[in-house]
Design a protein around this ligand. Structure first.
Ligand SMILES: [Zn+2]
Ligand SMILES: [Zn+2]
Length: 138
């Protein structure tokens, strides 16, 4: 099997799903098209695509690494630890941050998909209400 065709099918799968998929999910998706493919081939192809800058790799806090197509340019995410809501942010501010770090440390940053954990606006409002309620109850 030519590696280029595996790469191509992975890219097609990721662009169709337009989401963050684990290597196992990618494997299960493309197995219907390439029954002979095995997990390590998929894994190696994903690693290659990450190195080429075509696919992002990150840990969304779910315990397994996820991959996403970088067709629309680089982006990053804010993940709410309370409701699991995932927001997408652009690369502009982050690239300035990366540039500063690289300048100061001479560190060559490979991370291309940053995940910042926290609490979203809605959950903050909900916990404020909760606090108010507790105060009034006392
Ligand atoms: Zn993403
Ligand atoms: Zn939330």
């Amino acid at each position: 099997m030519r590696t280029s065709s595996v790469d191509q099918i992975i890219i097609e799968t990721l662009s169709k799903e337009h989401a963050h998929l684990t290597s196992l999910q990618v494997f299960e998706e493309i197995r219907s098209q390439l029954p002979a493919v095995n997990l390590s081939t998929v894994y190696r192809a994903l690693e290659r695509l990450v190195k080429l800058g075509k696919v992002s790799i990150s840990d969304m806090g779910t315990g397994s690494t996820v991959y996403e197509l970088l067709a629309d340019g680089l982006h990053h995410h804010l993940v709410c630890q309370k409701c699991g809501n995932v927001m997408t942010i652009g690369h502009e501010e982050v690239s300035r941050f990366f540039a500063t770090i690289q300048q100061q440390t001479q560190f060559d940053i490979v991370t291309n998909h940053l995940i910042l954990f926290g609490t979203c606006k809605a959950c903050q409002a909900a916990s404020e209400l909760q606090k108010d309620k507790t105060t009034t109850d006392n």
